[in-house]
Structure formats: C-alpha cells, structure tokens
Design a protein around this ligand. Structure first.
Ligand code: PEP
Ligand code: MG
Length: 541
C-alpha cells in the first residue's frame, strides 16, 4: 500500500493517532469431531477442568473489561455453568465422543431443544463461542489476541467481540476494524476508553504488520504513512457562554452510571435504560426490589429531570424472565412497548415502582415508552402512566410511522425523545447489529437528518417538548445540528457530556440554525459532515 493512500470508514473519537499496524491474527483452527479412546471418566474430568478454566478466564476478562461489558460476561458465565448443558455433554462422552466434541454436541443439542425460544436464540452466538473456548482449552489452543504489552500500536482486525476488547493492553493506541458500525461493541468501547478508532473500514483488509498509519477519526479515514499534520482537525470548541444553547443530559443504565454521570456537568438524565438492570435476571423483579433500585439510581443521578424509559426488552436486549414467542425477525417483532400484549402487568408494576421511587427520592421523573409505532399506543401508555404517577409522560421516536402521527399526540404526551440508533435501523431497513451495514447507520445520512428535522418541526408546531437520546447526540458537531433543527435538549453517553456541552456553549442558536440549514442541503453523509465541520471551523477559527 502506497504512502498517502486513504482508507475510508467511520471515525470514533476526536483525536488522531499515528502508530504501527499490529494485525490481529485469526484464531488457530480447532480439531474436528473426535472419538475418545475409551476412558470416559478421564474425558469427563477434562471437561470439568476446562469449564472451570474458561469460567476463570471469563472472570478475568470481566474484571479487565470494566462495567461497560460486565453484564455480558455474567450472562456468559451463567450459560457455561448450566447443569443441564453439562449433563448433556456427559451423555455425549458416554456415547464415545471426546470432551471437546461432547461439549460442542451438548451445545448443539441444547440449541435444538430450545429452538423457538427467542431469548436463547439471541444468545446462540455467545454459547457457541463458549464451546469454542472450552475446546480451545482442552486442545491447548490460545484464543487470546496476543497483543503487545509495550510500545504503541494500531490494532487491525475484522471486528472485536466483548472478550476481545477486554484484552486490549495499554499498547493499543488506535483501532481499525474492517466490519462493525458506529454502534458496534468496538465503537462503544473505544469511545468509552477514548481510543481513536475507524470502524467499517473495508480497505483495512490489506493492512499488514509494521506499516505506519494515521488513524484520523474526525476525517473518517486511515492514512497510510500519514503524519500528524495530515489529521483532520477536530474543531476546538471554545465556550463563549457558561450555558449551552440547549440542555445536555446523560444516558445511564445502572447505579454506577448514575454516580459517574453526577460527576459531569449533565443537567439530569435524558435516558435511563431500565432493561439493562435485568438482562441477566432469570426471575421477575418484584415491585419492591424495583422501587428500591430505581430510588437509589434517581437519588444518585445528576441534578435535573430524569427521563426513565420503561422496559425495552426483546431483539438486541433479551430479558430472560419475559418469555416471548419465537420470532423469525425479532427486531421487527414484539419488543419495547409491544410487550404490553403479553406482559402488561410487568409494565404496570414498573410504573408503580417508578412512582414509589419518585416519591422516595423527591426527584422530577419523566417516563417514556420505547418502540411506539402508533398514536393509539402513545395514548394508551400516557393514560396508564398518568393513572399511576406524577410524571411527565412521553414516548421514544424510533419507528418512521410515528413521525407521521406526531400531530395527533398534542396534549396526549408531554415530550418525545428520538432514539436515532433504532430510527436509523428502521428508516434504512438496516439491522443495527449487522457489521456490514455500518454506513447506513451513520447519523450524518441526509435522510436521517431530514427525518429529524420533520420531528423537531412537527413537535414544536403541536407544542410537544423534543429531545434526542440516541448515540448521534454524543457527537459534539452533530449535537449542534440537532439544536439548530429545533430540538429542546440532547442526551449523550456520559463520557461525551463535557465535549457536547462545550460545543453547544461555543455557538449561538442563530449560528446553529444556519449550520443545520446548510447541512440539510447535503446529498451524502460525507458531504453533510464536512459542511458542518467547515462551518463550525469558520466560527471557531
Ligand atoms: C435508540 O434506539 O437510539 C436508543 C436510544 O435506544 P437503544 O439504543 O437502547 O435501543
Ligand atoms: Mg432504541
């Protein structure tokens, strides 16, 4: 690859980094199905030892990974230690298979038995990864990334799983992935650890060890042999006012998040994802236990209103205790508020627990329902919530259909909050989990910006407060566009609250409107972003 060659992708972060490429090697192949030589008891011992070792491995990875991934590892460990899975594997050993093959077969039998259960199907990839880890342990094959501990490297790979990102060492100063998108696990982890990254960078498949590259996230590119001076300058926003032009709130999902968000300048919480508390609960939490957890979180949250979302289970967020029918296409299935059909009592209990927590904590609580597609659903939710508690009541705008019904929500809901992660998924018919469709999920896509404009304008017209809480509101430049389009607040991931606040304190509302006006004319996501950055650059420079 020639010096100066540019590989395009999607940038994560605001600073560029230059370092040598370290190409993460694909794992060594595992042996195929094998029979043992007759010592079934010996194989069962081997299996038990391997499961214990993998369990240790997961605990070490969980500790390294930190809180962002902790629940993922807890859920994996529960599956690994499942007794009926172990018993099935033992029966396989007794029928002649060696320990690794037996565990693999056990996993597959388990899969067949439980096929039709969407909760399990969501986890199939994870459990298959566990079978791989158990087999690797038995055969002495390392699934480690073998990353250098010393030096400075840009690591390059297809995409990185939670177990992979947990292994990032301090020598990892930049990350490039061939697949993945702006909401992929790699992007989330790099954003939270402030590691510059470019994801969805197809050209990176040809990068080899030792090549010097500049990871230039602001420019959405990797430059071969590029120097620091080639980096696209992130706009250095200089706050002109002590207050942003619209409030910046924080997104949270746990007590730890609430405590950490309170150390930022966030004005309250714009999205409390309640389902994150229950992703690994196998039994339904009682009203009392919910009310206790919510009250702790509400009390710890930063000053200002707290927007709580009722459970958004299903699809990418399976909650074990809420049984759901098998679905071919869970993202288009019964998720979010649609659970009211089968799990009405859970939603009512949640509202009740939130009202108790509101009273205990004395905080201002707004509640909203996810995945609302019809005005009638919004009206139903609003009347349930108002019956139970003294909340401001709203809905998330995540489906294109509800955009066309906003006028009917006047005097029905107090506010709407746009979930751009799902709105992009449904607007562009692009699975948010599909690593090959990252470009469609880029918030600078002109069609998303047009949809956002329609939402902010219509909400204002009918007197409904509007905010944005999807990942797009964590991008300082994009948050300026959101303010200019007419949104009343944004809610960012807590690591970005400071940067978003500074950007929104560096411009006037008139300037933000001018920028949004120009951005709306762009024909491509690249053009939209470069127009915004150029305009912001003029103002800051
Ligand atoms: C969204 O869809 O943008 C959103 C904020 O909700 P979640 O990412 O939790 O689905
Ligand atoms: Mg969503």
């Amino acid at each position: 690859m020639a010096t100066g060659e540019v590989l395009t992708g999607l940038g994560v972060g605001l600073t560029a980094v230059k370092a040598e490429v370290f190409r993460v090697k694909p794992h060594q192949d595992l042996p195929g199905p094998t029979k043992h030589s007759g010592d079934a008891a010996g194989e069962i011992d081997k299996l038990r030892a391997a499961i214990d070792a993998v369990s240790q491995e997961l605990q070490t990875l969980a500790a390294k990974a930190g809180e962002t991934s902790a629940e993922i590892f807890e859920a994996l460990e529960m599956i690994l230690m499942d007794e009926s899975l172990f018993d099935t594997a033992v029966a396989e050993v007794e029928s002649g298979w060696d320990a690794a093959t037996a565990f693999h077969n056990g996993v597959e039998t388990f899969a067949e038995l439980l096929s039709g259960d969407p909760t399990f199907e969501e986890r199939l990839a994870d459990i298959r990864d566990l079978a791989k880890r158990v087999a690797a342990n038995i055969h002495g094959i390392s699934l480690g990334l073998n990353l250098p501990e010393e030096g400075r490297f840009v690591i390059v790979g297809e995409d990185f799983s939670p177990a992979d990102t947990a292994q990032f060492t301090k020598a990892v100063v930049g990350v490039v992935t061939i697949a993945g998108g702006p909401t992929s696990h790699t992007a989330i982890i790099c954003r939270s650890k402030s590691i510059p990254a470019v994801v969805s960078c197809k050209g990176a498949k040809n990068l080899v060890d030792g090549v010097e590259v500049l990871v230039d996230p602001v420019g959405d590119r990797v430059v071969i042999g590029g120097s620091d001076s080639d980096a696209t300058q992130a706009i250095t926003f200089v706050a002109k006012s002590s207050e942003p032009i619209i409030p910046v709130r924080a997104n949270i999902g746990s007590l730890e998040d609430a405590v950490a968000a309170a150390t930022t300048a966030a004005e309250g919480v714009g999205l409390f994802r309640t389902e994150l508390l229950y992703l690994s609960s196998s039994s339904q939490p009682t009203v009392d236990s919910q009310s206790k957890s919510y009250a702790e979180i509400l009390s710890a949250a930063p000053d200002g209103p707290i927007v709580v979302r009722t459970i958004d289970a299903g699809s990418d967020k399976p909650v074990p205790f809420l049984e759901m029918p098998h679905e071919e296409n869970p993202a288009l299935g019964v998720r979010g508020y649609r659970l009211i059909g089968q799990h009405r009592q859970f939603i009512l209990d949640q509202l009740l627990a939130l009202e108790e927590a509101r009273q205990k904590s004395g905080r201002e609580v707004w509640v909203m329902a996810p995945m609302i597609a019809l005005a009638s659903e919004a009206a139903e939710f609003a009347s349930l919530a108002r019956e139970v508690g003294q909340f401001k009541v709203g809905i998330m705008v995540e489906t294109p259909s509800i955009i066309f019904e906003l006028a009917k929500l006047a005097s029905v809901v107090d506010f709407v909050s746009v979930g751009t992660n799902d709105l992009s998924q449904y607007l562009f018919a692009s699975d948010r989990m599909n690593p090959n469709l990252g470009a469609m999920l880029n918030p600078w896509q002109p069609a998303l910006i047009a949809a956002l404009e329609a939402i902010a304008t219509e909400a204002k017209k009918v007197g409904i407060y509007s905010g944005v809480c999807g990942e797009s509101a964590s991008d300082p430049a994009f948050s300026v566009v959101l303010a200019g389009l007419g949104f009343d607040s944004v809610s960012s991931s807590r690591s970005q609250v400071g940067a978003v606040r500074t950007a929104l304190s560096a411009i006037s509302m008139e300037e933000a409107k001018g920028i949004s006006e120009k951005v709306r004319m762009a024909s491509t996501s690249d053009e939209a972003k470069s127009v915004a950055l150029a305009e912001l650059g003029k103002l800051s420079g």
